[in-house]
Design a protein around this ligand. Structure first.
Ligand SMILES: [Zn+2]
Length: 338
């Protein structure tokens, strides 16, 4: 400020000139302050002393077009998957669905993680299906969704349109979106997990058969260290879509997903309300992989359709698949830029 103070004897033109310079300088200071605030707003402020420059936790919006899945096609996949009927571990319908998924992935880089699960209901063949879409950046983003349906309800007419159907379908649509030229970002691996459901009663040992096996395998072969983020899709087709913040996930990854939803204008479907839900991400969380579970476990009033024969196509909406589908693709894009 010293250099801008005019002496009393300074000519009028100089005073005007200095006054103008002062105005411009103040205006610039204000602009800079706003810019800094915008960056700080995206980061957890408490981690940084006020005077320290804040590294951006969430990349600033860029000019890349917002992603858009084909929700009609994703809904049609959900319908086709559900039409197989009950798809519990060891069933013929399950085998038919495996073939359906693999047919869809013709020409893609596909692996499986197949093994026999020893359960309280006997031994079952379990098969995780993995499709790999390579990227230019070192690291992997993993998207998981289970394709098996509830075993105890196998003779009740239960078809799991939302619970099993929607997660299978959204991954099939992601494969369409990722197929083609090498990604300009991290590699993305899609995993159709098997044996997510309990065969009797949910417990640490009776649930997540496929995910537990895969996490162990990837720990042994070093894959886990390369995973930048892992996101689980489950029950995301509910026409009345409300996704709670499943606190069993990594807070920064949940923040990123919520920021992606906001960019797309979908934030009203992603609630601040917290939940604590066990799902396929847990075996990875336990091994230190940054993970998040995107699930709407409020399916019908008081979750009344969940794990009942009422889990049918008429409760679902293509718009919900679009909301989650676009949000996670945008999250992947934001992860690429970190
Ligand atoms: Zn279920």
């Amino acid at each position: 400020m010293d250099i801008l103070q005019a002496s009393p004897g300074a000519p009028l033109w100089l005073k005007i000139c200095l006054a103008l310079l002062l105005t411009v300088a103040l205006a610039n200071t204000e602009a800079c302050t706003k810019g800094t605030d915008a960056t700080a707003g995206a980061a957890p402020k408490s981690e940084f002393p006020a005077a320290t420059p804040v590294p951006p936790q969430v990349a600033a919006p860029d000019n890349a077009p917002l992603p858009h899945i084909d929700s009609k096609r994703a809904f049609q996949y959900t319908r086709e998957v559900t039409a197989f009927g009950p798809r519990y571990m060891g069933s013929e319908n399950h085998k038919n669905l495996e073939r359906y998924i693999l047919d869809h992935l013709k020409g893609d880089q596909v692996e499986d993680d197949a093994f026999t699960a020893d359960t309280v209901e006997g031994k079952f063949p379990v098969r995780n299906i993995i499709a790999k879409f390579p990227g230019t950046k070192d690291g992997i983003i993993v998207i998981l969704g289970h394709y098996d349906t509830n075993y105890p309800l196998r003779n009740t007419g239960y078809v799991g349109a939302n619970d099993g159907g929607s997660s299978t379908a959204i991954l099939l649509e992601y494969a369409n979106q990722l197929r083609g030229k090498k990604r300009d970002g991290y590699s993305v691996w899609l995993v159709w997990t098997d044996g997510e459901e309990a065969v009797q009663k949910w417990s640490d040992t009776d649930s997540l058969y496929g995910a537990r096996h895969l996490a162990e395998k990837w720990e042994k072969d070093g894959t886990l260290k390369k995973i930048k983020a892992l996101m689980v899709m489950d029950m995301i087709g509910d026409a009345d879509l409300n996704i709670d913040r499943n606190a069993t996930g990594a807070p920064w990854l949940l923040d990123l997903i919520y920021a992606a939803a906001e960019r797309l204008g979908y934030q009203s479907h992603f609630y601040a309300r917290q939940s604590s839900i066990e799902d396929d991400h847990l075996p990875f969380v336990k091994r230190g992989v940054p993970s998040a579970d995107v699930i709407d476990l409020d399916y019908g009033y008081n979750n009344v359709f969940h794990h009942t024969p009422q889990d049918t196509m008429d409760k679902l909406s293509p718009k919900s698949l679009e909301i989650v589908g676009d949000t996670i693709l945008e999250t992947i894009h934001m992860l690429d830029q970190r």
